[in-house]
Design a protein around this ligand. Structure first.
Ligand SMILES: *[C@@H]1O[C@H](CO)[C@@H](O)[C@H](O)[C@H]1NC(C)=O
Ligand SMILES: *[C@@H]1O[C@H](CO)[C@@H](O)[C@H](O)[C@H]1NC(C)=O
Ligand SMILES: *[C@@H]1O[C@H](CO)[C@@H](O)[C@H](O)[C@H]1NC(C)=O
Ligand SMILES: *[C@@H]1O[C@H](CO)[C@@H](O)[C@H](O)[C@H]1NC(C)=O
Length: 667
């Protein structure tokens, strides 16, 4: 800390040559120390060590309960521990694994000190510097989400039967006002303490406490909200519930076989929050509804969450993405609308993946629940879903059923009736504003291969990546580029206080990175992006942060591969506002987002949206050309952010508490 503040002092005094030398010197020391004593710096300690513990592991078949597979096959499938596996696959089948960064450092030909990070001047665009701002007005201003709070569009809706009023209705043009701060807003409590307590003033919604009083979801205590880990279906606590599920279905192996899951209608996301301990990454979602602010609670706690609804449109996730989907009393009528909601789950569920449904129709017999259960039995059968468990969780009478999606389409063909039909087209990034479909998403031929166990899964080469020598080479080269960039520049060179960072968004997770190699044009841009786009999240994987990987719809679709790796993300169009509450992310990262923005969008609107999403005291890290940074930097300066430029291309902005006219409103 002392070192970094004196460096900042030197930066202010513009002693660049001295800085360059000392950064070089410090970097050399850092490399020496981190190679010899990996736990010296807490932020990077688990970085190299964990990479070196990753090892090759064969592609897994789905973690199926597989009652119909011969025992011998079963042994191949369920690998208890990669160490126990007798032999690695033959070389031509091997999944290349990213070499640990330390290898590069030891090898003399690559052992170069990282380039020094040097602050440079921004020539602020004068017009943009003088932009004038206003705070948003109205009762919802502090929690304003432009595309979900468009009352004019909502009032004009012809129907609300399918939750149309909770879907996106983006105002055009985007409003350019700044969201005001809630009264008494404070810098959020740091992770991991935030999982169990947050500031009341930051999310002052006492409604949820009253509404859920008997359920122990959330309790107000003095200046804080406290989360004891309760919930309707978690009568014995969420930890017991999680352990119970694994006992009921041993193939679930939290954090190894099951890594990325979706929690539908998630309450305050305690399920996902507690699964983090088991290396499971949960995307929790719920609509913005009368449980107002449950997603805001989750994000304030530092738990991955997003606003979404199963209404008339597809969820903004790719096909075959999630290992498991969970719904505990999530109030979605799965069998409604001719089964479209359940077919949407089927679309995003990985072949062989599980759906856990914990709701009264599973375990109560009465006039209301029995017909729902019967409809669900017929629907899941027609979709070739298999019941792998149906059980009571607790003696107090809560039960659940676990379904499994098939691993191949053979069952579809064997059905007496082709109903629901198999979808005709294979979709890629078409789930943006796409209507729900009544068909079964095709299962890819490679559907039967489950990703390697986590954490090998993170660095395993995607099976669908063509096996061309050039691609292999690029895959390895680029890894070093990103791990070096993140560990040497992002973590230590840019003055970002990473101890305050928990919720991270990579706004351009589909982007190919800064330095496309010469061979870029000899391969598909999409393949190039696959090799690069997820690097940022990967490089941060051992830090106490989580990353929302946003793949812009105007860029190559890499989201499938991001999920294959065991990371989470969504599609988004950056010409519109994102489905999140204001002040929900600590750091936004973007690489050439502004310069690649489609013509229909405006860089000022994008800056306003970034200002909305980031917490006061939070950061943006933007890579762009010098010319564009002069403009972007000026916009953020006019928003009273502090802005610095490093090496002529990494712009770091820090948001202040400033709002026009003070900007505090009475609620
Ligand atoms: C980083 O943030 C933490 C928590 O707010 C604070 O204690 C620490 O002093 C900060 N470090 C620097 C260098 O500002
Ligand atoms: C590094 O990993 C070890 C074991 O995996 C863990 O005990 C330790 O807390 C981790 N350290 C940090 C800083 O995350
Ligand atoms: C990999 O890196 C080497 C050395 O930096 C370079 O010569 C080569 O062109 C790179 N290959 C690819 C495929 O990027
Ligand atoms: C994704 O969608 C966008 C916009 O609809 C389109 O321009 C782009 O080509 C698509 N990408 C892929 C890989 O299909």
């Amino acid at each position: 800390m002392a070192i970094s503040s004196s460096v900042q002092a030197l930066l202010r005094e513009k002693k660049y040559p001295f800085i360059a030398l000392s950064v070089l010197f410090l970097s050399v020391i850092f490399i020496l120390i981190s190679n010899s004593q990996p736990s010296f710096l807490s932020l990077s300690s688990n970085f190299s060590s964990s990479f070196s513990t990753l090892r090759q592991s064969p592609a897994q078949s789905p973690p199926s309960t597989l009652p119909d597979l011969p025992e011998s096959h079963r042994d191949d499938v369920v690998v208890e521990n990669p160490d126990d596996h007798p032999s690695l696959p033959a070389p031509q089948e091997a999944i290349p694994v990213i070499p640990p960064p330390s290898e590069g450092r030891e090898s003399p030909s690559v052992a170069i000190a990282p380039p020094p990070v040097v602050a440079s001047e921004i020539e602020f665009d004068k017009d943009l510097m003088n932009l004038k701002w206003q705070v948003c007005k109205g009762p919802v201003a502090v929690d304003y989400i432009p595309c979900l709070d468009n009352m004019k569009a909502i009032k004009a809706l012809k129907s609300r039967k399918h939750m149309e009023h909770r879907e996106r209705h983006c105002p055009k043009p985007s409003p350019r006002c700044l969201v005001p701060l809630p009264k008494g807003y404070k810098i959020p409590i740091l992770w991991p303490q935030s999982r169990d307590m947050i500031w009341y003033d930051n999310v002052p919604h006492p409604k949820l406490v009253d509404y859920k009083k008997d359920q122990h979801w959330v309790v107000k205590s003095g200046d804080h909200f406290i989360f004891p880990g309760g919930g309707t279906q978690f009568k014995e606590g969420v930890q017991n519930y999680i352990n119970f599920i694994e006992k009921a279905i041993p193939e679930i192996k939290w954090g190894q076989n099951i890594r990325v899951i979706l929690d539908v209608g998630c309450g305050v996301a305690s399920f996902g929050g507690h699964l983090l301990d088991k290396n499971v990454l949960t995307m929790s979602f719920a609509p913005k509804d009368e449980h107002e602010a449950q997603i805001q609670f989750a994000l304030e706690r530092g738990i991955p969450a997003t606003l979404s609804v199963i209404g008339t449109q597809q969820l903004t996730f790719p096909d075959n993405a999630y290992d498991l989907i969970h719904c505990a009393r999530c109030r979605v009528h799965w069998d409604g609308d001719d089964g479209r909601p359940l077919m949407e789950l089927n679309r995003i569920l990985r072949p062989g993946g599980f759906f856990i449904w914990s709701a009264t129709p599973v375990y109560l017999k009465n006039e209301r629940d029995t017909p729902v259960w019967n409809a669900m039995v017929a629907l899941t059968k027609s979709m070739c879903w298999k019941v792998v468990a149906k059980t009571m969780v607790s003696p107090r009478g809560v039960g659940l059923v676990v379904y499994q999606k098939p691993v191949s389409s053979s069952c579809y063909k064997e059905r007496p009736k082709n109903d629901p039909p198999v979808c005709k087209e294979v979709s890629r990034n078409v789930s943006w504003y796409a209507p729900l479909k009544r068909c079964l998403t095709q299962i890819p031929a490679e559907g039967s291969s489950w990703p390697p166990l986590w954490p090998s899964r993170l660095t395993a080469r995607p099976l669908s990546l063509p096996s061309v020598p050039l691609v292999e080479q690029m895959f390895h080269n680029d890894t070093n580029h990103w791990t070096n960039l993140v560990s040497n520049v992002y973590l230590h060179g840019l003055g970002i206080n990473w101890t305050t960072v928990r919720n991270v968004m990579d706004m351009t997770a589909g982007h190919g990175g800064s330095n496309p190699p010469k061979l870029k044009h000899s391969i598909e841009p999409e393949i190039y992006a696959v090799c690069e786009g997820w690097r940022f999240a990967t490089a941060l994987v051992n830090m106490p942060v989580w990353v929302m990987n946003v793949v812009p719809i105007h860029e190559p679709d890499t989201l499938t591969f991001i999920f294959d790796r065991g990371l989470i993300g969504v599609y988004h169009d950056w010409c519109e506002s994102f489905n999140t509450y204001p002040r929900t992310y600590d750091l936004l990262h973007s690489v050439f987002l502004f310069s690649n923005l489609p013509e229909r969008c405006d860089i000022i609107d994008l800056a306003v949206e970034m200002d909305r999403i980031v917490r006061p005291g939070g950061w943006i890290l933007v890579q762009e050309s010098k010319e564009l940074i002069n403009k972007i930097g000026a916009i953020f300066r006019s928003l009273q952010w502090s802005v610095n430029l490093y090496n002529g291309r990494y712009m770091v902005g820090k948001k202040s508490f400033w709002r026009p006219n003070g900007g505090e409103v009475q609620r």
